[in-house]
Design a protein around this ligand. Structure first.
Ligand code: SF4
Ligand code: SF4
Length: 490
């Protein structure tokens, strides 16, 4: 027999704790409860169940107890009223986040833009986890008001993985109590292939209508290449675009047309966004990213382009590295920065010289700078600046910037959560920075950041600035598109 603890086992297997609870409740995993919120489980049955669900249990280590001691152990109800001296059970594996080496210095709290909201801050979160106050943590709303921006852990001298811990706290919340529409979006994504539940035929009709417009306006003969086998580039989409701003898709399409790119969009599972990363639902992220891998293989594409969404870029690359390391070696994973840089350097697209007679600044999305540097060893900061400098008459930096930049306030799923006031409060540093530059144009490369600045910060902090995504800036600065119909690069 082995001794397991639900939270820890769920963490090790990368499934939600409710999955383990359901296995036990339904009898699929025969288990008997023992003191310390632990269960005695038949090892053979457990391994069989893991095989049945495709989970790898080979590397897990358990405390084993003999049949004799098992017979001697009492069910939990018989222990009621007794003092049991045993180590405190932690739902969050502290050593995995480095929380057990916290010095209580408070640097994280000093760096966090929402320290003090509800009288909480990241140090408090770490201390509560260390002290085993899991229930208070899991029921609190503060971990959902955090944007997972990573400013706190950047300041931490001990390298505590505070955003990892915050995500684990979110993961431990019963799914019925995940705030806002996030969990519904995850379920919808699993059922329909995109988190807004856009049916395949509507998505196709939307793409074709936008393509017709683009062909009439600027790109003669343009047709949107859906499900094209053997295309070089498989393009994933941010579901916000077909849902709310379909014309945004034209920017990329226009750039592809000008570059003579061989590309395609899958008509199923095209959503690049993984809300499971916001709710801590690792299984949903694994399935979502797996579908992208499947689309890459089915359509035999050579490179996967992640959408202009910092969260999607970070979540998908993390998912590929964690669960599909071998499969993803068979194709290239491309960020929008890599692609635009390549197009410009190789002369596949040409830009007009400073067509925007304005002073511009650039907002660094956390996911592609600070968090990308931490996760993948690469911050995308210079690529975008080079393009903005090339397109605009003048360029002014916000201070601090790049991997030290302030979050806009809308990350971590906050854009979709019912915490408007906190989101606006978080964005106050960004609003102040923008005002200080004197710029009239803010360029960024993440949908969430763009929407937060354009739709919230402008109004709440009375900023008179225009906001553009990077691809929008490039599409508007293009010379052409002049490529002959159907002509493909190389
Ligand atoms: S990730 Fe950002 S918002 Fe969350 S605790 Fe850290 S600094 Fe604060
Ligand atoms: S900065 Fe790091 S060491 Fe200091 S209190 Fe925060 S988590 Fe602990």
């Amino acid at each position: 027999m082995i001794v397991v603890q639900i939270g820890r086992l769920a963490e090790q297997l990368g499934v939600h704790r409710n999955t383990i609870r359901n296995w036990i409740r339904s009898g699929r995993l025969p288990a008997r409860r023992v003191p310390g919120k632990r269960y005695l489980v038949d090892e053979e049955e457990f391994i069989k169940l893991c095989h049945a669900y495709g989970l790898d249990a080979s590397a897990l280590q358990f405390r084993r107890v003999s049949a004799a001691s098992q017979a001697a152990s009492e069910p939990e109800e018989d222990w009621e009223g007794q003092t049991v001296l045993s180590p405190r059970a932690h739902a969050f594996p502290l050593s995995a986040f480095g929380a057990d080496v916290c010095l209580t210095c408070g640097s994280c709290a000093g760096a966090c833009p929402i320290s003090g909201v509800d009288d909480w801050d990241p140090r408090k979160i770490v201390r509560m986890a260390v002290l085993g106050m899991e229930e208070d943590l899991v029921s609190a709303s503060w971990p959902w008001k955090c944007t997972l921006c990573g400013k706190c852990e950047q300041a931490c001298p001990m390298g505590v993985d505070i955003t990892g811990l915050m995500t684990a706290v979110r993961r431990a919340r019963d799914r019925d109590h995940v705030p806002g529409p996030l969990h519904k979006g995850v379920l919808t994504m699993l059922e329909t292939g995109n988190n807004l539940g856009i049916p395949r035929e509507d998505f196709v009709a939307c793409c074709e209508a936008v393509a017709r417009e683009l062909a009439e306006e600027e790109c003669p003969g343009f047709r949107v290449p859906l499900d094209v086998k053997g295309a070089r580039l498989l393009v994933t989409v941010n579901s916000k675009e077909p849902f709310a701003e379909p014309r945004q898709m034209k920017h990329w399409w226009k750039i592809f047309y000008a570059a003579g790119e061989s590309w395609t969009i899958p008509t199923e599972n095209w959503d690049g966004v993984q809300w499971g990363a916001y709710t801590g639902d690792e299984e949903a992220v694994r399935l979502g990213v797996g579908r992208m891998v499947e689309a890459m293989e089915r359509l035999q594409c050579h490179a996967l382009l992640l959408p202009e969404c910092g969260h999607a870029y970070h979540a998908v690359r993390m998912g590929l590295g964690r669960w599909y390391a071998e499969e993803s070696r068979r194709f290239e994973v491309v960020s929008l920065f890599d692609l635009l840089k390549d197009y410009i350097q190789r002369g596949r697209i040409r830009l007009r010289e400073r067509p925007f007679a304005v002073t511009a600044t650039y907002h660094d999305p956390c996911h592609v700078t600070r968090k990308s540097l931490k996760a993948f060893g690469k911050a995308y900061d210079e690529e975008a600046r080079e393009i903005v400098r090339r397109c605009c008459a003048d360029f002014v930096e916000m201070i601090p910037n790049r991997e030290d930049a302030f979050c806009c306030g809308a990350g971590g799923g906050l854009a979709a959560l019912p915490y408007h006031e906190e989101r606006v409060f978080h964005g106050r540093h960004k609003a102040r920075q923008i005002r200080r530059t004197g710029a009239s144009l803010v360029v960024t490369s993440c949908h969430n950041c763009r929407d937060q600045i354009l739709k919230s910060l402008r109004k709440e902090y009375d900023l008179s600035v225009e906001v553009k995504l990077l691809w929008e800036l490039v599409a508007e600065a293009l010379i052409g598109p002049s490529r002959a119909q159907g002509e493909v690069w190389g």
